[in-house]
Every structure is written in structure tokens, then in C-alpha cells.
Design a protein around this ligand. Structure first.
Ligand code: KIV
Length: 277
């Protein structure tokens, strides 16, 4: 029996769907994901060819300045998602269900997911956890809403973990994670984020499950990667975990631009005649 590898060229894709991501996994084409929370950034990232925009609950940190992802509300996530959706033509838009909007209550989870889809026009939701959230995942998918899972370091559980250290280094936790990954795959998730776990474990899970795995601090063996845009663009200067690669230093670029503007205002060189009416 011959196995046919489907060739896929992401630059030819007009609209990324969950099916596209499955085809990318099948053809070995890594999936590139960044977070977005506003219209202007979403337009830039979408024009540059990003495959998926995640309206992450990291909005709680990088947009609102909270220490954790716990305070952000469903209404706030819907507002961010609405802004992002208006800036996107090509990327798949996935929205995090925030803390307290789905845990322990699959009916509430479905209502939250429906509110996100109906009010924002986004294409899918993401939620954190393994076996405990399978009833919620199943119920949401049965309603026709695609779900992305999230295992490993799940920031909504930070007070249970007590630390942001790498998860599943010990065999018993790794075993649970492997089981959870299979459960989420079987429940019908279309993709699975693996955050801050050993690269060897992430690679093994990626080979086991049928859906694309998306790593953040989980090594190169995943089917795709995600970063928080503010970290990748160097806007969050005081957050330097080893899994972040900085592709720009926008904090310095903006800071220097602001200094130049202040100097021009003080010296009255701005506005010039050609900038006046
Ligand atoms: O909220 C977020 O930005 C996330 C990613 C880090 C995966 O969940």
C-alpha cells in the first residue's frame, strides 16, 4: 500500500480552515500561529501570511497589564475577537474561552462558545485542560464549533501549579498528558496546543495524535508553533523565557520614535509648513 503525501503551499491558500491545518500536518508543512487582540495588528499579521491568529487570554497580561490570565472576562475576549476578525481576510481566528467560562459545567461552556462565535464572527475556540474538559469539548463540537485543546502549562491553572516551570518532566505527569492528548483527539479537537513540556514528549504526542500539535516551549517536533506577538516583537521587554525568540525590538523602536516626537514638539520643528493647512 502506498502512502500519498499531499503537497500544500500555504501562500496559495485564500482562507485557512481547520481542514487546511489537518492537510498541513499531513504534508509536513509547519503551521505558524501568533496571538492578536486588535484590528491594526491583526491586519499586519494576516497580510504577512500568518496561518492562525489566536485571540489569547494572554490579553489579560499584555493588553490589560494583569499578572495572570485569570481576570479577563468573556465580554472582554469577545471585544478583542471582534476587533481581530475585522482585520483578517485569510487566517483562521481562534478565541480563548477565559477562566470561569467553561470549567466544570459543559452547558455553560457551550453557552460561552456560542457567545464567542455569534458575537465576534471568529472561527473556533480554545480551552485548557484534559479529561476534565472532555464533556465541554464534546458538547461544543456537537454544536458545530471547532475546538482547539491546550495541555502542559495551562496558565489558567497557575495557582494549582504554583509556578511557571516546565510541566510533565516526571513520568506520572507525562503519562497523564499522553492520555489527555488522545482523549482530546478522540473528542474531536481540531488541534492541540502543547505548552512548556519536554521536546521529546511533545514530539511523541505529535506522532501519536491525528490532529496538529502546536508548540510553545515544546520543541521543534510539534506540527506548528505559537508565540505571543508582544513577546516575539519585543514589546514585552521584561519577559524573557528561553522559548521566546525576538524577531524585532519594537519597544526600543517605539520608545525612540516617541523621544524624537517629543523633541520635535519642544523645538517647534513639528508641525512644519507642509504638515499645516
Ligand atoms: O493566551 C495565549 O496567548 C495562549 C498561547 C500562549 C498559547 O494560550
Amino acid at each position: 500500500m502506498s502512502t500519498r503525501t499531499v503537497k500544500i503551499d500555504p501562500t496559495n491558500i485564500k482562507r485557512v480552515t481547520t481542514q487546511t491545518l489537518q492537510e498541513m500536518k499531513a504534508s509536513g508543512m509547519p503551521i505558524a500561529i501568533l496571538t492578536a487582540y486588535d484590528y491594526t495588528s491583526a491586519r499586519i499579521l494576516d497580510d504577512a501570511g500568518i496561518d492562525v491568529l489566536l485571540v489569547g487570554d494572554s490579553a489579560s497580561n499584555v493588553m490589560a497589564g494583569h499578572e495572570t490570565t485569570l481576570p479577563v472576562t468573556l465580554e472582554q475576549m469577545i471585544y478583542h475577537a471582534q476587533c481581530v476578525v475585522r482585520g483578517v481576510q485569510r487566517a483562521l481566528v481562534v478565541v480563548d474561552l477565559p477562566f470561569g467560562s467553561y470549567q466544570g459545567d459543559s452547558k455553560r461552556a457551550l453557552q460561552s462558545a456560542i457567545a464567542v462565535m455569534k458575537e465576534s464572527g471568529a472561527h473556533a475556540v480554545k480551552l485548557e485542560g484534559g479529561a476534565a474538559v472532555v464533556p465541554a469539548v464534546t458538547r461544543i463540537i456537537e454544536a458545530g464549533i471547532p475546538v482547539m485543546g491546550h495541555l502542559g502549562l495551562t496558565p489558567q491553572s497557575i495557582y494549582r501549579f504554583g509556578t511557571y516551570k516546565v510541566r510533565a518532566r516526571e513520568e506520572d505527569e507525562a503519562d497523564i498528558l499522553r492520555t489527555d492528548a488522545v482523549l482530546l483527539d478522540q473528542a474531536g479537537c481540531f488541534a492541540l496546543v502543547l505548552e512548556k513540556i519536554p521536546a521529546s514528549l511533545a514530539e511523541a504526542v505529535s506522532k501519536t495524535v491525528s490532529i496538529p500539535t502546536i508548540g510553545i516551549g515544546a520543541g521543534s517536533g510539534c506540527d506548528g508553533q505559537v508565540l505571543v506577538t508582544h513577546d516575539a516583537m519585543g514589546l514585552t521587554k521584561d519577559f524573557n523565557p528561553r522559548f521566546v525568540r525576538r524577531y524585532a525590538d519594537l519597544s526600543d523602536v517605539m520608545g525612540n520614535a516617541v523621544k524624537a516626537y517629543i523633541a520635535d514638539v519642544r523645538s517647534r520643528s513639528f508641525p512644519a509648513e507642509k504638515e499645516s493647512y
